[in-house]
Design a protein around this ligand. Structure first.
Ligand code: ATP
Length: 220
């Protein structure tokens, strides 16, 4: 199977991180930015780096953007450019278009005009940091949808020594422990008899409201 080809438009902090990570994973990446300096900075990391204005349809066509499997639009400040770029790319028939939004309203517009996925990196990172600050044993919080999330929680003193059957998290909170991390080892099918040890990290999936209740109960 041919390797997927990615194009990333906008080499701000988010766009350049996406381009960098994809390149590290061995994918072909075309990086586009209207700022020549940003292109120079990324040029030795990605396969191709081109200075162009993504609101210029002809320029995008000339770059053969239609041949890319996935296009990421990472323009935040200039909302007009972000919307126009999304519209042009959707019109060109890009099937997988991922667009960064600065606000809920920006995101709503992007979805309406056909963005296949809208991402909110600032909001998501803010939420993750807030959960960690509210209860320091919450190591990570990942939003799966409007209703469901995944929580990474360090074992608190009130659960250490109990097994999953005794904890009965599913019946009590309606959440599921999907994995337990012990140091560098990950147990991805924890058993009811598995006893929670100090320093264990529980990975739990559930409804956001249920996870909040669980967080409060186990934050000691
Ligand atoms: P960050 O990810 O750093 O938070 P941001 O959301 O603040 O970024 P901007 O700084 O507005 O986003 O834009 C990111 C990049 O997108 C900048 O390097 C900018 O030059 C580029 N950019 C903005 N508009 C266009 C455009 N029409 N065509 C190409 N690149 C553009």
């Amino acid at each position: 199977m041919a390797k997927k080809q990615y194009a990333v438009i906008g080499m701000g902090r988010f766009g350049s991180s996406v381009a960098y990570a994809l390149s590290e994973m061995g994918f072909d990446v075309l990086a586009i930015d209207r700022d020549e300096h940003r292109i120079q900075d990324i040029s030795n990391v990605v396969t191709h780096a081109v200075s162009a204005d993504s609101t210029d349809e002809e320029a995008l066509r000339a770059l053969g953007i239609r041949n890319f499997d996935v296009v990421v639009v990472a323009i935040g400040e200039d909302i007009q450019a972000s919307i126009l770029t999304t519209l042009i790319l959707k019109d060109m028939g890009i099937h997988s278009l991922i667009v960064k939004a600065k606000s809920e309203l920006h995101g709503k517009v992007l979805s309406k005009i056909g963005a296949d996925k809208v991402v909110y990196p600032e909001r998501d990172m803010g939420m993750r940091v807030a959960h960690h600050l509210a209860s320091p044993n919450i190591l990570d919080y990942i939003e799966l949808s409007e209703e469901y999330s995944i929580l990474e929680m360090k074992a608190s003193s009130n659960i250490i020594g109990q097994n999953l059957l005794q904890l009965n998290i599913r019946a009590r909170y309606g959440c599921n422990v999907i994995a337990i991390r012990k140091g560098t080892e990950m147990n991805i099918s924890p058993d009811a008899s598995d006893e929670i040890q100090p320093e264990d990290v529980l990975i739990i999936v559930g409804h956001k409201d249920d996870l909040t209740k669980l967080e409060l109960a186990y934050s000691r």
